[in-house]
Design a protein around this ligand. Structure first.
Ligand SMILES: Nc1nc2c(ncn2[C@@H]2O[C@H](COP(=O)(O)OP(=O)(O)OP(=O)(O)O)[C@@H](O)[C@H]2O)c(=O)[nH]1
Ligand SMILES: [Mg+2]
Length: 319
């Protein structure tokens, strides 16, 4: 058992080992999480959460590292959370990232962590927001969430952020890929990285065209900017930071930040609730209640919908 109040106090003081232990409790779906989250609830809500998504190798980690440097120059405390929705293991693919992040390894104002979901129910939908809450409560001003791996989970991770950055690079039919992955709907800021390579202008143009094809925008609406960068040399990173600040200001002005955070909290609660129900239903296999209902169905005395209603009522009744 972990001494939660002490751990939370140490995390609040910015002690990296305490932060690490709290995130491990999240990652391992510890039964003590409930206590941890209750202690953290009043401490969180100050961090600005930025999600970075994009195809493998597009330059997410390089850009993240450059953004860390930029925010550190502003004196902000920064956390990097690298999440891998597709793999049950931390490490592996993230090893290269650790090397890339080594610039910041000795900086006490930077906290870097990779996280996997270990395949448990609900996965990142609840674990990412809880890890973010730990970092937030620990006093991080900016939390950069890098998604490793592609697919639907990218969109899921994007929904965890205040601002979503979608990265592309020239070549490889990125435009078509972008449309496929649905990332044209999730980007608040678009970055065409590797602008030192041929085709960056064409990619930016194509992206601009595709974004323009979406629904029309009113005068007060946010028009996602497209920023060209050479992350490997830190070029264009200040412009990315500027775009992020503009987006944040726009969200605050229009009440969008509060809206997004409320939507996120609602989704988190929903996931926890559904996960708990699913766990209980899982427990019911071999349970007498389920067996009795099944027998009544077989005997033609009950229909499956009514049986399901009875089952659910029984589950929520004892909550
Ligand atoms: N030419 C060029 N190469 C870059 C640039 N930015 C990053 N790279 C290189 O692209 C490769 C991939 O960069 P990463 O930052 O690891 O990309 P990533 O998106 O984090 O990759 P995954 O985490 O594996 O999905 C590395 O070899 C980088 O050095 C750039 O602006 N120009
Ligand atoms: Mg990476």
């Amino acid at each position: 058992m972990v001494d939660v109040p002490t751990l939370v106090e140490q995390a609040r003081a910015g002690r990296p080992r305490a932060v690490a232990r709290l995130i491990s409790l999240v990652e391992g779906a510890s039964p003590q999480l409930r206590e941890v989250m209750a202690a953290l609830a009043p401490l969180a809500g100050n961090a600005y959460v930025v999600g970075l998504t994009g195809s493998p190798g597009v330059g997410k980690s390089t850009s993240t590292s450059a953004l860390v440097s930029a925010y550190r120059r502003q004196g902000k405390r920064v956390a990097v959370l690298a999440v891998d929705p597709s793999s049950p293991f931390s490490g592996g693919a993230l090893l290269g990232d650790r090397v890339r992040m080594s610039d910041h390894a000795s900086d006490p104002g930077v906290y870097i962590r990779s996280m996997a979901t270990r395949g448990h129910l609900g996965g990142l939908a609840w674990s990412a927001p809880q890890a973010i809450r730990v970092l937030d409560a620990a006093g991080c001003d900016v939390i950069l969430v890098e998604t490793v791996g592609v697919g639907q989970s990218e969109v899921e991770i994007a929904s965890q952020a205040d601002t979503s950055v979608v990265l592309l690079a020239p070549g490889m039919g990125d435009g078509i890929q972008a449309a496929k992955a649905g990332i044209l709907e999730i980007g608040d800021v678009y970055v065409v990285n590797k602008a030192d390579r041929d085709g960056a202008d064409a990619t930016a143009r194509e992206l601009n065209h595709m974004l323009g094809l979406g629904e029309s925008r009113g005068p007060g609406d946010w028009r996602p900017p497209i920023v060209k960068t050479v992350a490997a040399r830190g070029e264009g990173i200040d412009e990315v930071v500027e775009a992020l600040e503009k987006h944040r200001a726009w969200m605050e002005e229009h009440g969008v930040l509060a809206e997004r955070r409320a939507a996120r909290a609602a989704h988190e609660v929903e996931t926890i609730a559904v996960t708990r129900l699913r766990e209980r239903i899982g427990d019911l296999h071999g349970d007498r209640r389920l067996g009795a209902l099944a027998e009544r169905i077989v005997a033609g005395r009950l229909d499956p919908y009514t049986a399901a209603d009875e089952l659910v009522a029984g589950l929520t009744g004892e909550a």
